[in-house]
Design a binder for this molecule. Structure first.
Ligand SMILES: [Fe+2]
Length: 298
């Protein structure tokens, strides 16, 4: 799917698909996410409040929660995203260097390039995926995005829930997607490790249907010399998934506003964005964490 000229989500105050998922941050949770001295806030009360939202919006809802109205500067954003992460679990390293809070911004790259390039380094749209697709399972349970600066043009997020994927695909396609594929590691493997990791696209984690996907990482994974090429059956199943992604009426589209902190169920959601363009004096900047969840599911 391409997004050239797609102006979905344009305008700072325009309503969008995230509106029903937006919660103003108030009370103990706001104090805990924003106070310079976190010991002044009631951590247990903040955890209980955020846990309630996570169960309602991630476990029992669309898989997305948008905490709205936080201070938007970078330092405040890093504080809020780190503390929200600690309330629901443990931060996971996002590369072999161990980065825990990663800047998502246009680094002038494309994932069609081989090597270490990631989706989060580009400005291009499409390619719905899950985070951590280049790594072995278990995948991060949740990922967060804090919006420090948003682009005027493009940059809306798009999500598709695994229950809508499994419901729409033929049973034979679902069966094939439950078999292992080789995903390219994006050069993140340690010396001596294989350049791919093997895992199914559809699987079960924490007793719930789950998905891990980024098509070009699979295509590139099966291009490695020691890896068998995709079979016709495998390619047909992946094409069916891509066709669904490109046409599904269940696609949720919304654009984060500056000062918003969004949490996504990374096991249940494919996500992507529309292509965006930076202005020279206003470059899109999101802060991301990956989380191994410890709070209980609903
Ligand atoms: Fe992503």
């Amino acid at each position: 799917m391409t997004n050239n000229g797609d102006r979905v989500g344009q305008g700072r105050a325009q309503g969008d698909g995230f509106d029903p998922l937006r919660v103003p941050v108030e009370g103990n949770l706001r104090d805990y996410l924003t106070d310079a001295d976190e010991s002044m806030a009631d951590e247990a009360a903040a955890r209980a409040e955020l846990g309630k939202y996570v169960r309602t919006y991630l476990d029992d809802g669309a898989g997305v929660l948008v905490l709205a109205g936080l201070p938007a500067d970078r330092d405040s954003g890093e504080r809020a995203v780190s503390r929200a992460t600690s309330l629901i679990g443990a931060p996971l390293p996002q590369n072999r260097e161990g980065t825990l809070v990663r800047e998502v911004k246009d680094r002038g790259m494309s994932i069609s390039q081989r090597g270490r390039t990631r989706y989060s380094d580009s400005r291009l749209g499409g390619d719905l995926h899950t985070d951590g697709a280049e790594a072995a399972l278990p995948a991060p349970d949740v990922f967060t995005l804090f919006c420090v600066r948003q682009s005027e043009w493009g940059g809306a997020l798009q999500c598709l829930h695994v229950r809508d994927v499994e419901r729409a695909l033929e049973p034979g396609v679902v069966r094939t997607l439950r078999e292992p594929f080789h995903f390219d590691r994006r050069g993140d493997q340690q010396p001596g490790e294989a350049p791919t990791t093997t895992k199914p696209v559809l699987f079960t984690q924490r007793g719930r249907p789950a998905i891990t996907y980024l098509r070009s990482y699979i295509d590139q994974g099966h291009d490695h010399p020691d890896v068998p090429p995709l079979t016709v059956r495998q390619r047909t199943a992946l094409d069916a998934l891509d066709a669904l992604i490109g046409s599904s009426s269940a696609l949720l589209t919304g654009k984060l506003r500056e000062g918003e902190l969004a949490l996504f169920d990374n096991l249940a959601l494919l996500h992507g964005r529309t292509e965006f363009r930076d202005e020279p004096d206003h470059t899109r900047l999101l802060l991301r964490t990956w989380i191994r969840r410890t709070i209980e599911a609903s």
